[in-house]
Design a protein around this ligand. Structure first.
Ligand code: PLP
Length: 431
């Protein structure tokens, strides 16, 4: 992930960067959760837990489905995992054999394809566009399904687009996948962060539907490494338990004890306030981007991302993002990080900054995009004034202006997908 590495280099050189490339809430864990964690530490509750998680946490998760989504799920179907990442790995270990093909959304969360490959499966991109709200349809899945296809992964709300799949379409897909004896993995990590629409869950749909979720995003606990999976029935849980035992032993125990406080009325009220704040930010950012010349062909209804087409003819999102970072100190993620289908001209903005920072970012975006327009059309006085300003973006480090050299010797096919874990950045990508 060139942009993140470069942003950190710029910061080291003394520039302040507005980080809109990071898929991580700017809120920390709610205070009742922090207090519960401290209590757990003081009481020495740091030993291994049962592999599938604390029974009371599994019950609390099941209870939350009942309360918030009206879905009845037995706690025996729920396994607590090390984040959604741990959950996805376990599900893929469970379902994917070497040579199996999994359909993955393109654009979509890059982790899916890497994880499928980790189990010697083949991740086949399902090309998505704004025409279907960047979500798969039954027709697409049917057309893409081949004898070696084992299943489909989809995210709703999606990263990077923030779009949701319609409940009826999801059900039609679930029925089709079930007829083909396949598995449908639905990543609901952004489920609580939905604006306008009522959040729904794929739990309860017919067939082999497995759901992944996490405490990372809605509960603002990214580094606590806690998530869960819900299996279609309890029958496969023993297999999953064995895998989890060997791969992870258990999810972090202090985090599990703390997470029991996630479902209290007090915590849920705090989280609801944060959800509304994210909605305010989205409502500010989408029109601000459009005013600056971006297109937002599918309006995001969830998560904290805007997937925006860069201004201009045949835009290059990667060049755009690097230029934006160098010139204006605003970091965004190039669409290419999320796949190959029509992603080149896009960038993803995360509204994981407060409104004041988003306003500052919007002003800089406006100025940067103005500077990209043909000279005659550019608002020259404003652009000149902005450049001449001593301002917070002194163009200090000469090196910051240089195009980064590739440091990886990896073959070109893996270059893009390996970006971000490449040696040299010293940081993990945070999508
Ligand atoms: N799924 C999606 C769509 C994500 O965006 C992320 C992280 O950004 C993950 C899964 C992994 O999340 P975690 O392992 O922190 O729960």
């Amino acid at each position: 992930m060139d942009v993140l590495a470069r942003a950190h280099r710029l910061e080291t050189a003394g520039r302040r960067v507005i980080h809109m490339e990071i898929g991580e809430p700017d809120f920390t864990a709610p205070p009742p959760v922090v207090e519960a964690a401290m209590r757990a530490l003081r009481d020495g509750r740091s030993a291994y837990t049962p592999t599938l998680g604390l029974p009371e946490l599994r019950q609390a998760i099941a209870g939350d489905y009942r309360r918030r989504f009206g879905v009845r799920v037995a706690d025996s179907r729920i396994a607590v995992t090390a984040g959604a990442s741990g959950g996805l790995l376990l599900l893929l270990a469970l379902y994917v054999d070497p040579g199996d093909e999994m359909l993955v959304p393109d654009p979509g969360y890059p982790g899916y394809r890497h994880m499928v490959r980790a189990f010697e499966g083949m991740a086949r991109p399902l090309p998505l566009s704004a025409r279907t709200n960047f979500q798969p349809t039954l027709e697409m899945v049917r057309a893409a399904w081949r004898p070696r296809t084992r299943g489909l992964i989809l995210g709703s709300p999606s990263n990077p687009t923030g779009t949701l799949i319609a409940a009826a379409e999801l059900e039609r897909i679930a029925r089709f996948v079930s007829e083909r004896r396949g598995v449908l993995i639905v990543d609901e990590i952004y489920q609580g962060l939905v604006y306008g629409d009522r959040p729904a869950s794929a739990l309860g749909l017919p067939g082999e539907v497995a759901v992944v979720n996490s405490f990372s995003k809605y509960f603002c606990m990214t580094g606590w490494r806690l998530g869960w999976v819900a299996l279609p029935d309890s029958a496969r849980m023993r297999e999953l338990e064995k895998l989890a035992q060997h791969l992870f032993i258990c999810a972090p125990s202090v985090a599990q004890h703390a997470a029991l406080a996630c479902f209290s009325d007090e915590t849920l009220a705090i989280l609801e306030g944060r959800r509304r704040e994210f909605q305010r930010r989205r409502d500010f950012l989408v029109p601000a981007l459009e005013r600056a010349g971006f297109s937002v062909p599918a309006k995001p209804s969830g998560a904290f991302y805007v997937y925006a087409g860069c201004p201009g003819p045949r835009p290059d999102g990667r060049r755009f993002a690097l230029g934006l970072l160098d010139r204006e100190g605003v970091a965004a993620t190039p669409g290419l990080d999320f796949g190959a289908h029509g992603t080149r001209g896009f960038v993803r903005f995360a509204y994981t900054r407060d409104l004041a920072e988003l306003e500052a970012a919007a002003a800089r975006l406006q100025r940067y995009c103005g500077g990209l327009r043909p000279r005659a059309a550019a608002p020259l006085p404003a652009a000149r004034g902005a450049r001449a300003r001593p301002g917070p973006w002194p163009r200090t480090a000469r090196s910051a202006r240089r195009t980064p050299r590739r440091t990886s010797a990896a073959p070109s096919r893996s270059r893009r997908s390996a970006a971000g874990t490449r040696a040299g950045s010293g940081r993990r990508p945070r999508y």
